[in-house]
Design a binder for this molecule. Structure first.
Ligand code: KG4
Ligand code: ZN
Length: 340
């Protein structure tokens, strides 16, 4: 092994995915993700069950990541972990594991912000994709966050727009729940939407000032609309599922893009990226390409596996801290709330 190579173990456990990745310089050697089926029957993530599942998963997931990467434990130079934001009980599992691992091997510990991770996933060296240059705007859309981020440097980011209530992923998941779809419903809405006609069912597009978002009104509007239609025809959802999903998705995208376009104009920035779980949405990816062509934007779409929660994005964030010699001590603790 070339001694100048830097090998980082990344650990992510902020919500309901346990993930470990091995990064060699800016290349990912492995990225193992264990999801948690246990939440499906509850229609959402149950925090206590999530932290218990992380405890069961963390050791096998890290083991797998090391084996798949074809390295030895002793080759690892530093451990990067998600300190926050997220579910505290879940974060504690990854944080405690990372601390023990670093202590055991006597290597540095790198504490990372999950939201930095989603944005910095764009800097993983994969498939020769072109990387954004600073400054750029990133629409970070996940189950917990909806942010327009002004990215000035790797670890210098400013939230210029955010949701005042639900996140975009929640809007997808809660709408899916109203339709009787299992959790998480976002990918299912995406799937059915591809078979339906958008704008066949009208839903509210709440408007809030500045570059901020609101999604709670949309959810209520969907609920009332479905209840009214089901009174007339109890089979309404079943008979119209594809069109309803296409209409919900189109409405969410309309809300997201209105503010993203405004942000691009306001900051005079034409490099536009998307990140987070919802950036896996096929409609969102297509729309970004279309808007990009129309508006002369340079657009950046992460590889599918780096959209939803993963440890590769934490490892690449850790690399930035490593290069800046920003190491965490053993006194570090997880935190549910953490600003960019
Ligand atoms: O980033 P992520 O994995 O976890 C959080 O940090 O929240 O995002 C999960 C969210 C969920 O709300 C899920 O429904 C949504 O991303 N999601 C999607 C798609 N894939 C994942 N939403 C719409 N379309 C998709 N294809
Ligand atoms: Zn996330």
């Amino acid at each position: 092994m070339n001694r100048k190579d830097i090998i980082i173990l990344g650990i992510e456990s902020s919500c309901d995915d346990t993930s470990a990745a091995i990064l060699k310089n800016t290349r990912i050697l492995s990225n193992v993700i264990a999801g948690q089926k246990v939440h499906e029957e509850y229609g959402g993530v149950v925090p206590e069950l999530a932290s218990r599942a992380h405890q069961q998963n963390i050791i096998p997931v890290v083991d797998q990541a090391i084996i798949k990467a074809g390295i030895k434990k002793d080759d690892i130079d530093a451990v990067a972990f998600t300190r926050g934001p997220g579910l505290l009980g879940s974060l504690i599992v990854g944080t405690s594991f990372a601390k023990s691992f670093a202590l055991g091997l006597d290597i540095p510990l790198l504490d990372c912000n999950h939201m930095h991770g989603h944005v910095l996933a764009h800097f993983i060296d994969d498939a020769n994709t072109e990387k954004p240059t600073f400054p750029f705007l990133c629409l970070t859309v996940s189950g917990g966050h909806t942010q327009i981020v002004l990215v000035k440097d790797y670890l210098d980011m400013e939230v210029v727009g955010t949701t005042i209530d639900d996140a975009a992923g929640e809007a997808f998941d809660k709408s899916a729940k109203i339709l009787g779809l299992p959790y998480p419903g976002g990918p299912l809405i995406d799937k059915y939407a591809q078979l339906g006609q958008p704008n066949t069912h009208p839903f509210a597009k709440p408007n809030v000032p500045d570059l901020n978002y609101s999604f709670s009104g949309l959810k209520t509007s969907i609920l009332y609309y479905i209840q009214k239609k089901e009174k007339e025809n109890p089979e309404f959802v079943k008979e119209n599922l594809n069109d309803i999903c296409a209409s919900i998705q189109a409405t969410i995208l309309e809300i997201l893009f209105k503010k993203l376009i405004a942000a691009s104009k306001q900051y005079k920035i034409k490099q536009i990226a998307i990140a987070g779980g919802v950036s896996a949405n096929s409609g969102l990816r297509n729309r970004l390409l279309l808007e990009g062509e129309k508006r002369d934007w340079k657009t950046f779409i992460p590889k599918f596996e780096y959209c939803t929660d993963n440890a590769a994005m934490i490892a690449i964030t850790g690399l930035q801290h490593y290069q800046k010699q920003q190491f965490a001590g053993q006194e570090i603790s997880a935190t549910a709330r953490m600003k960019l």
